[in-house]
Design a protein around this ligand. Structure first.
Ligand code: AMP
Length: 224
């Protein structure tokens, strides 16, 4: 029917290299958050709030439109993904590496506490297009002059309420304050606490909001 025709990645205006990867990964139907977020995020012109849990396919929901908008020719940090933990940062980095398989020239790096900062400093001597970071380690690298956020176009806060629970509020405030006003902020969180609402009100401009029901999983068929 009409909906199953629409219900396919090729109708989300993703580029051929990304569609090729999606097919190879065996994703045949976009999840609810992907259907709602991808067309909006590909426009690249508005802040975004996605209230969705892990398991809903949210990484691809922001990762695919992000990769499509990074320009490999511009040798500076264009996008930053903030995550609460080393584990989540690594998972995001793995997925972004997979998604970018057919796109050449995008340099990405995941940085987090508990790993050697010397190694991270060495890798950062050559600029990366996409940085995936825990907030504390990012601040440390900013203070050492190893990371510049002055040309940032996109900031993604993943599991934003978790980051606040881990005590990263001041770090997040600082990162959002010290990056360009013109950047787009895409926030994903399972919940929207009062502290998070405060960040939204302080730093985000007229965000487009998508709210998923709790039980929504990426690998479950979606009812229309
Ligand atoms: P996430 O919620 O981003 O942690 O994703 C949960 C899992 O679902 C990951 O292993 C993804 O690779 C997988 N996934 C994401 N989108 C889809 C999709 N449209 N179809 C099938 N699997 C997906």
């Amino acid at each position: 029917g009409y909906f199953s025709f629409l219900n396919n990645f090729s109708h989300l205006v993703l580029s051929d290299p990304l569609l090729k990867t999606i097919e190879a990964l065996g994703f045949d139907t976009p999840s609810e958050i992907q259907q709602q977020a991808i067309p909006q995020l590909l426009r690249g012109d508005r802040d975004f709030i996605g209230l969705a849990q892990t398991g809903t396919g949210k990484t691809a929901a922001f990762g695919l439109p992000l990769l499509q908008q990074i320009d490999p020719e511009q040798a500076h940090t264009q996008a930053l993904i903030l995550a609460p933990t080393r584990e989540l940062g690594q998972q995001i980095a793995q997925q972004m590496e997979l998604f970018s398989k057919h796109i050449s020239g995008i340099r990405m790096l995941a940085v987090y506490g508990g790993a050697s900062i010397q190694t991270q400093l060495r890798t950062l001597r050559k600029p990366v297009h996409l940085l995936i970071a825990t907030p504390g380690r990012l601040i440390d690298l900013m203070e050492r002059g190893a990371v510049q956020l002055d040309q940032l176009r996109f900031v993604i806060l993943d599991e934003a309420d978790e980051m606040l629970n881990f005590g990263f509020k001041e770090d997040i405030d600082r990162i959002l304050r010290d990056s360009p006003d013109s950047k787009r902020t895409w926030l994903f969180s399972a919940t929207l606490s009062a502290d998070l609402k405060h960040i939204v009100d302080s730093f985000m401009d007229d965000p487009f909001e998508v709210r998923l029901s709790r039980s929504n999983k990426a690998n479950v068929n979606i009812e229309h």
